[in-house]
Design a protein. Structure first.
Length: 115
């Protein structure tokens, strides 16, 4: 069974930075897309950033210029570098990986940005 392992969340002051990681050691077939989503209390889960198998990226307008998604396919790992964090970035962040084996979600990691 494939399990995604997320790490890197925490509490940070506004203007600070965090780096999230999501590893998928159980995926043995090619990965199609990798992405990060977030869900704030009382809100729907939303796409934050995505990256395709050929390296194309896309970002939510609210994080463009501040967040960067990257991946290490040799390690089946996707990262989210978050800079200039704002209180409105506070949410549980989830990674999602799509491969020939299926669609998998991480367990979520809390990011809290204090003002």
């Amino acid at each position: 069974q494939v399990q995604l392992v997320e790490s890197g969340g925490g509490l940070v002051q506004a203007g600070g930075s965090l780096r999230l990681s999501c590893a998928a050691p159980g995926i043995i077939f090619s990965i199609n897309t990798m992405g990060w989503y977030r869900q704030a209390p009382g809100k729907q889960r939303e796409l934050v950033a995505g990256i395709t198998s050929d390296g194309r990226t896309n970002y939510a307008d609210s994080v463009k210029g501040r967040f960067t998604i990257s991946r290490d396919l040799a390690k089946n790992t996707v990262y989210l570098e978050m800079n200039s964090l704002k209180p409105e970035d506070t949410a549980v962040y989830y990674c999602k990986i799509a491969s020939r084996q299926g669609l998998f979600w991480g367990q979520g990691t809390q990011v809290t940005v204090s003002s």
